[in-house]
Design a protein. Sequence first.
Length: 219
Amino acid sequence: MIDACVMELGRRDYGEVWRLQQEMVAARQRDEIPDTLVLCEHPDVITLGRGARRENLVAPGDVPVFEIERGGDVTYHGPGQLVGYPIFRLRPSEQDLHQYLRTLEETLIAALSDFGIGARRRPGWTGVWTGAAGSDGPTDVGGKIASIGVAVKRQWVTMHGFALNVATDLARFAAINPCGLEASVMTSMARCLGRPLAVADVSRAVVVRAGDTFGRRFS
């Protein structure tokens, strides 16, 4: 196990947290800080990854748009969504991008199971989906509940991460084709459970599960 920290920021503007990530990556490369999992919510914002296609930016209106260095396509962040940014220096045994993505997925799948939500991977896609294998339609039990997009910098230090829809206003996804998909495919924990849910309650479960899957001892 590696000692690590959790930094919970509450609701913060995307640009502020993006700059913080860049500063923390440099500090982690210099071994000035331990591995840190940054958790937050953002006001409405759209981000374009390195693989983004402009046609997937459908109707952003006055929502801020950032072009960033993570992989992937177009993503929406907003209130009611738990966003996690692991600033980790991957150990030699962890230095495989695909393995890292699968471990992030496994963290979220395990955390969702703590709330009685069955979740899974979808072959050929990065992210987490609800419902049984083979159920890929835009329904309460077969929607996309979490998006993942990362970057890995020098010395295998990670940034960016995941966005888990806890109680997100799913109508906000109509501004984009999320990761190239129709907006109607998106779902949330609150929608699956049929009841309100607090982001803070979910963040605790995610921290515990991230400790298990990544072999980090968070304080």
